[in-house]
Design a protein around this ligand. Structure first.
Ligand SMILES: [Zn+2]
Length: 451
């Protein structure tokens, strides 16, 4: 089959077109070149800078698009009522991407996010990150506006205004990014939830209630005389379910290595049900096997809604009502931190024995794999790695442990091996040189007394 001949894309003749065509030619020529061995890092760095330039060009167009949307020119001349519709059709992006670009465009046009503007201009933020912050900020601020609308005078007097809420959230997220430059878009979204939980202390509880209202589990029979189970509910409940499933999932070994995940989950659920049936009549149920580590600031536990929210080790915000429900049956361990709650000063002696305090301390406030170039793998799926390897005298203390996912754990060791090999190769080369100049035989370096 053949397609009808297409007309070539029109190329404009303005100074912008000319300059872009020239730059593009050089950039594409660079990208197509064979990468000389050992130059991959430089090529990747160049790619990153190129992408940054493309980002800047797209970013530069956004405020004007929002302005044309506001004046109606986008509809009259561009045929689309909204920025997202125009971008979807003219740039050929997905509607989701167009939406985040349009949200950023309007925020820039209305000058609502001055810190995002500054951070983008100084390359602290990428375009994707600026979009993510604009979208999360817009969504949370709109919800806050609704909360204020229905609240009474007293509440409104104590809480930030809509503008104040937006500014504080923006400030928090930009500060977060400054502090952790490798933070990804996904991590910025999680951080937004954390900041919103501080600005709007009841939000986590409200969200929980709202989703809980629509909770459900449904068994339906299938034609093959089997069944299908669907279950839905709040994310915080899912944290509990996952912890229980993890406790009842057989350790990964050679006998179940080939078993797909959905089968292992099914087996774990059946084990949970069997255990429940087996212990229905017991006066004392078996020891809790499942572990879900939740860090709750003491103030929050004591009811101060303005304190930092409770989070799981993966940084998922846990609503207060769930914390108070779980506390009576939980193991408690006291963590003493500095005033800002950032640095861990002391891990309390066990209250009731909590599992593995060294690892808990090592993972304090680190919800993701700590790979220095950034990584989204949650802590509960990652491994604890000795920074100075055990074999090199590294000790098992929280100072010498870091959270790394499986990929980055392996990569770290591969790179380490490469460095070690280079050191040895250099060492051997040095030896050969020494032995050659000394005119001695092979292998061992010649002792200085040989001269
Ligand atoms: Zn990783």
């Amino acid at each position: 089959m053949s397609f009808p001949p297409s007309t070539p894309r029109p190329i404009g003749n303005t100074p912008v077109d000319q300059a872009m065509a020239g730059a593009r030619e050089i950039a594409v020529e660079f990208s197509e070149r064979d990468t000389p061995f050992g130059c991959e890092a430089d090529v990747l760095a160049q790619f990153q800078r190129l992408n940054g330039e493309v980002d800047r060009i797209r970013y530069g167009m956004l405020p004007a698009l929002a302005r044309m949307e506001a004046t109606g020119a986008l509809l009259e001349e561009g045929g689309q009522r909204s920025v997202q519709a125009w971008i979807t059709h003219q740039w050929g992006t997905s509607p989701a991407e167009a939406n985040t670009l349009a949200t950023l465009a309007r925020a820039l046009h209305k000058q609502q996010l001055p810190l995002v503007e500054e951070a983008f201009q100084t390359s602290v933020l990428s375009l994707g990150e600026a979009c993510a912050i604009a979208t999360s900020t817009e969504k949370a601020t709109a919800e806050w506006a609704k909360v204020l609308e229905t609240a009474d005078e007293g509440f409104r007097a104590q809480r930030p205004s809509v503008e104040g809420f937006r500014a504080r959230l923006e400030y928090g997220l930009i500060a977060y990014k400054h502090e952790r430059p490798q933070t990804s878009v996904r991590q910025l979204r999680d951080a937004t939830k954390w900041f919103v939980a501080r600005l709007d202390p009841d939000k986590a509880d409200r969200d929980y209630d709202e989703v809980f209202e629509k909770r459900g589990a449904q068994f339906s029979p299938t034609f093959e005389s089997g069944f299908l189970l669907r279950m839905w509910g709040p994310g915080a409940d899912n944290e509990l379910i996952q912890a229980a499933l993890k406790a009842y999932t057989q350790p990964y070994g050679p006998e179940n290595a080939a078993m797909p995940k959905h089968e292992r989950v099914y087996d774990a659920m059946m084990r949970i049900f069997e255990t429940a049936l087996g212990h229905r009549e017991c006066a004392k149920a078996p020891q809790a096997l499942a572990t879900l580590n939740i860090t709750v600031p003491l103030k929050r536990l004591l009811g101060d809604g303005a304190a930092e929210p409770a989070v799981t080790e993966d940084g998922v915000v846990i609503p207060d009502q769930m914390v108070s429900r779980l506390t009576p049956d939980s193991w408690l361990r006291r963590f003493v931190t500095d005033e800002e709650g950032r640095t861990l000063l002391d891990v309390g002696r066990k209250y009731r024995c909590a599992p593995d305090p060294v690892r808990q301390a090592a993972g304090f406030k680190k919800p993701y794999c700590e790979w220095h170039q950034g990584c989204d793998m949650p802590r509960s799926w990652s491994q604890y790695d000795h920074i100075v390897p055990f074999s090199h005298g590294g000790v098992t203390s929280s100072d010498n442990m870091q959270v790394l996912c499986a990929t980055h754990n392996r990569l770290k060791h591969r790179l380490q091996t490469k460095v070690n090999r280079q050191i040895w190769e250099h060492h051997h080369a040095q030896n050969r040189q020494d032995t050659e100049t000394s005119g001695d035989g092979e292998g061992e370096p010649a002792p200085p007394t040989a001269f």
